[in-house]
Design a protein around this ligand. Structure first.
Ligand SMILES: NC(=O)c1ccc[n+]([C@@H]2O[C@H](COP(=O)([O-])OP(=O)(O)OC[C@H]3O[C@@H](n4cnc5c(N)ncnc54)[C@H](OP(=O)(O)O)[C@@H]3O)[C@@H](O)[C@H]2O)c1
Length: 268
């Protein structure tokens, strides 16, 4: 039986890239996000290019109905070998200035949906004795620059992934908290980031989405739960753990993340 992967946030960016690379490896796919035409176009492209099947399932993960639709889908799949909890978005501006509805949606999409889908997927993986779950977090969940909700939800995903993996010792089920830094996707093209210019961030800090996904998939069975793609970010994360972490992080934030865009340091 071919392997199957379910990818949330598959309509663009890292999610679409996971779909492309997993299709190339022969995975059948379940692609989900809100923008159905994008999902359908991607499914058609991948089915034409590779001999796989790709099912599309529109779902808004900030709603209970959206989460239940995916849970039901997982319950009826003959097999689920890889779950990629990737859907996510950023807000811009100080915590108090962001609409409460955006905070509510972020908690649902980043935390509740990831927890519920993990809970739905794990029993089948454990019964089959194999599987993987990638929770797309962020370096913003590692560095002490969590002044808005985004970094805090990503920190949750990291700790949650570590906690679940600790209960799976000796099993061939692998959990990864993927922690990218700035990555070229549509993340910074939403209305929340109107006026954001990629050039405000030094070029060496931008990661390529296909490389992030390739590294993540390679690392999943072999590496520690928390995976940081890109040597530059691994170094920054290492420096942040040193005793002078606060000062170093502030230095990096002020020099590389702030520039003309004072909130840029909060939106990785
Ligand atoms: N790009 C970066 O710099 C960066 C850095 C670190 C971590 N990340 C994380 O990487 C993940 C993927 O983001 P990306 O960079 O690939 O950005 P992206 O291109 O904007 O993709 C985000 C995906 O999430 C989906 N999504 C957003 N809200 C949703 C909702 N309510 N229900 C269902 N799906 C929803 C979007 O689909 P629809 O709009 O069609 O629903 C889209 O497919 C996110 O978790 C993000 O936090 C990104």
């Amino acid at each position: 039986m071919p392997k199957t992967a379910l990818i949330t946030g598959a309509s663009s960016g890292l999610g679409a890239e996971f779909a492309r690379q997993l299709a190339a490896q022969g995975y059948d796919l379940v692609l989900t996000a809100r923008r159905l035409p994008r999902l359908e176009a991607l499914a058609q492209e991948l089915q034409a290019q590779f001999s796989i099947s790709a099912q599309v399932l529109p779902a808004d993960l900030s709603t209970r109905e959206g989460m239940e639709r995916l849970e039901e889908c997982i319950a009826h799949l003959p097999t689920l070998d890889l779950l990629v909890n990737n859907a996510g978005f950023g807000t811009n501006g100080p915590f108090v200035d962001v609409e409460r509805s955006a905070h509510d949606a972020m908690l649902q999409v980043h935390i509740t949906a990831a927890v519920r889908l993990t809970h739905a997927a794990l029993p089948g993986m454990l019964a089959r004795g194999q599987g993987g779950i990638i929770n797309v977090a962020s370096v913003a969940g590692i560095l002490p620059i969590r002044s808005e909700l985004y970094g805090s939800t990503k920190a949750f995903l990291i700790i949650f992934s570590q906690a679940v993996q600790s209960q799976l010792r000796g099993r061939e089920v692998h959990i990864q908290a993927l922690c990218p830094g700035f990555t070229v996707t549509e993340f910074h093209e939403t209305p929340a980031f109107a006026g954001f210019d990629r050039r405000q961030i030094p070029r060496w800090l931008w990661l390529d989405a296909s490389q992030v996904v390739r590294d993540s998939l390679q690392a999943l069975p072999r590496r520690a739960v928390v995976y940081i793609p890109g040597g530059q970010y691994r170094l920054i994360a290492l420096l942040a753990r040193l005793p002078l972490a606060g000062a170093i992080t502030r230095f990096v934030g002020d020099h590389f993340f702030a520039n003309d865009h004072p909130r840029a340091k909060e939106i990785v």
